[in-house]
Design a protein around this ligand. Structure first.
Ligand code: PXL
Length: 270
């Protein structure tokens, strides 16, 4: 198989391999593209929780972005965990230098176990600067509630929140509906003058660690290959759905999903 495109991932490391940079690399590779990485933080964690977070100095983050991209130009960028204001400022500065066009931002705020992955002062710069600089943001319901300061209980609330985020300067918004209690999951994409609803059966599973990271990377990968935003979201959602259905059930807590669900191994490599 030939490599289809190049994706730069800016995110934190998850030692348990289910979320963060590890989920991102597995996703980009499993969908046929080349992954480059910028590590923003090192977390020690397992499926039960996060033990500690070690932040990478902002200058080192900028160097990773600029030095790597100046040589191998990414076709798209996925941004995950950023942590604090200085990191966000460095990322913003470096992104403008490398003139990146297709950027997907997963506004990571809390881990599956409830641990905060971003501090409070970062919210302001996330809201006022970062969301305006990227092509797509992919908040889940709790993240959309924090970003808009409004509670979300229904599909209609999700659309309202998406519209508000666009008023706040976001270019395109995918609000993920997995946190609403219903038989189906509705993920809603708001583009400038268009709303698309993706409806899928909800899979009841505790093994959903890293689904947000995985989805945003999958979308960035499809988008990097030239698919439309809508098609990229639709395909990314399908990939995550199948990855949850075939999760390997590792660990005692929220285990990882099956990133390899898209891969078929040729006979000679079996
Ligand atoms: O899924 C959010 C997330 C993002 N980045 C890192 C994480 C997690 C959740 O655990 O560990 C590094």
């Amino acid at each position: 198989m030939n490599i289809k495109s190049k994706v730069l991932i800016i995110a934190g490391s998850d030692s348990s391999g289910g979320a963060g940079i590890q989920a991102d690399i597995k996703t980009v590779n499993s969908l046929g593209s080349y992954a480059m990485t910028v590590i923003t933080a090192v977390t020690s964690q397992n499926t039960i929780g996060v033990l500690s977070i070690f932040s990478v100095p902002p200058l080192e983050i900028s160097k990773q972005i600029e030095y790597t991209s100046n040589d191998i130009k990414p076709d798209a960028i996925k941004i995950g965990m950023l942590g604090d204001v200085k990191v966000i400022k460095s990322v913003l500065n470096s992104l403008s230098k490398i003139k990146a066009k297709k950027i997907v931002l997963d506004p990571v705020m809390v881990a599956k176990g409830g641990e905060r992955l971003i501090n409070k002062s970062s919210l302001k710069i996330l809201r006022e600067k970062l969301i305006k600089k990227v092509t797509l943001i992919t908040p889940n319901i709790p993240e959309a509630e924090i970003l808009t300061n409004k509670l979300i209980n229904t599909k209609e609330d999700m659309i309202k929140a998406g519209k508000k985020l666009i008023k706040m300067g976001a270019k395109n918004v995918l609000i993920k509906g997995g946190h609403l209690k219903s038989k189906f999951i509705y993920d809603i994409l708001l583009e400038k003058n268009k709303i698309s609803v993706f409806k899928n059966k909800k899979i009841n599973s505790k093994h959903t660690h890293g689904t947000g990271c995985t989805l945003s990377s999958a979308i960035a990968t499809y988008y990097s290959c030239g698919k439309s935003l809508k098609k990229s979201c639709e395909n990314g959602i399908k990939y995550v759905h199948q990855a949850i259905s075939s999760a390997p059930k590792y660990g005692k807590g929220h285990g990882p999903i099956n990133h390899l669900n898209s891969i078929y191994i040729k006979k000679k490599f079996r």
